[in-house]
Ligand binder design. Sequence first.
Ligand SMILES: [Zn+2]
Length: 159
Amino acid sequence: MATEADLRHLHRCVELAAEALEKGDEPFGSVLVSADGAALAEDHNRVAGGDHTRHPEFELARWAAANMTPEERAAATVYTSGEHCPMCAAAHGWVGLGRIVYAASSAQLVSWLAELGVPAAPVRALPIQEVAPGVVVEGPVPELEERVHDLHRRFHTAR
Ligand SMILES: [Zn+2]
């Protein structure tokens, strides 16, 4: 169950995803939160320039490796509008970050994109725990699913 604090951070992720959409990028946003609840870093998707590895969860994993001790990373939480892809789940696992809370699952995203007629991605959408089995994962969060769905609908119908 998502707590009040979880929902607050997830709302910020959805805002970041909306910012990405306004800039013509895919609507994904993520926030890295310390054990004491402070938002340390945030980012949104930046793939519009052509580098499709510029996912926010990947950026946050690198930021955590550069700026946090292993203990701080293990106690931190990454909130994200959409479940980590396998690349980002691997980065999260390799740098030893803690819990993940996502608003919408990869399975939901795959079915939404199929409904919109978007061609399949080049990387399979696996659940985070198939890639990084030690990570505690929570989601999807029903309060936010429809907002995330709407952002993706807008991104793919605006082109
Ligand atoms: Zn990713």
